[in-house]
Design a protein around this ligand. Structure first.
Ligand code: MN3
Length: 248
């Protein structure tokens, strides 16, 4: 009797040990395959990195607003563009600037979503965390003084333009065809690079005045958001944009 007991106990232990090993599907042990050329082609538009953390601009722009704005709103334009590229694969090989410049000749989905992608990519770069914002260059300051009288007058004009944009859109500082600075505004996700813009030019600075850009912290007070926003501006980048626009 005794010599039967031991193997039985061992057998039970062996069964228990087998039962404790979690089931692993065969494919889980393989390395994730590298994306194929087809997969890359299917999603030619990608969400760019912010370059700073979601809370880096707080309290001027709170972390939750930044997270939703970047990972949901900006991503939505990219998803829609990638979907549009499935219908019309030729857009995958067109530079974003060109999609934007010829927006009026393309379907509304391209105009809106290429505009949204370009505008937000630009927007993230012209803001920076504290300590990395710099000051307007001497050239930009001189041009602002020449066009608006002073930095304060420029800011007032920009805020008024942003506040009076009905519904959703953007306020811009642009270099126009005469290489002069001007403040302008576009509806929806249009921008001054577009053939459909009322006043065309090269954006140097732009602020998103859609409610999603400010509502969590500022509620309906768009004017308060516009006036607080200056403290988040990356003047190093804005000055760089100005120098390039003047040289082009
Ligand atoms: Mn936005």
């Amino acid at each position: 009797m005794r010599h039967f007991l031991l193997p039985t106990c061992l057998g039970a232990l062996a069964l228990t040990a087998v039962a404790l090993v979690p089931f692993q599907p065969a494919q889980a042990q393989q390395a994730t395959p590298a994306p194929t050329a087809d997969a890359a082609q299917a999603e030619p538009f990608k969400l760019p990195e912010l370059g700073y953390s979601y809370d880096a601009l707080a309290p001027i722009i709170d972390a939750k607003t930044m997270e939703l704005h970047h990972s949901k709103h900006h991503q939505a334009f990219i998803t829609a563009l990638n979907n549009a590229a499935k219908t019309d694969p030729s857009i995958a090989n067109v530079p974003l600037e060109e999609l934007v410049a010829n927006a009026g000749q393309r379907p509304a989905a391209i105009r809106n979503n290429a505009g949204g992608h370009w505008n937000h990519t630009f927007f993230w770069q012209i803001m920076a965390p504290e300590g990395q914002r710099g000051e307007p260059s001497a050239e930009l300051t001189a041009a602002i003084n020449e066009s608006f009288g002073s930095m304060d007058e420029f800011k007032k004009a920009f805020q008024t333009t942003g506040t009076s944009r009905f519904g959703s859109g953007w306020a811009w500082l642009i270099v126009d065809a005469d290489k002069r600075l001007a403040v302008t505004s576009t509806p929806n996700q249009d921008n001054p690079l577009m053939d459909v813009a009322e006043k065309r030019g090269t954006p140097v600075l732009g602020n998103d005045v859609w409610e999603h850009a400010y509502y969590l912290s500022y509620n309906n007070r768009r004017a308060d958001y516009l006036s607080a926003w200056w403290d988040a501006v990356n003047w190093n980048k804005v000055s760089e944009h100005y120098a390039k626009a003047i040289a082009s």
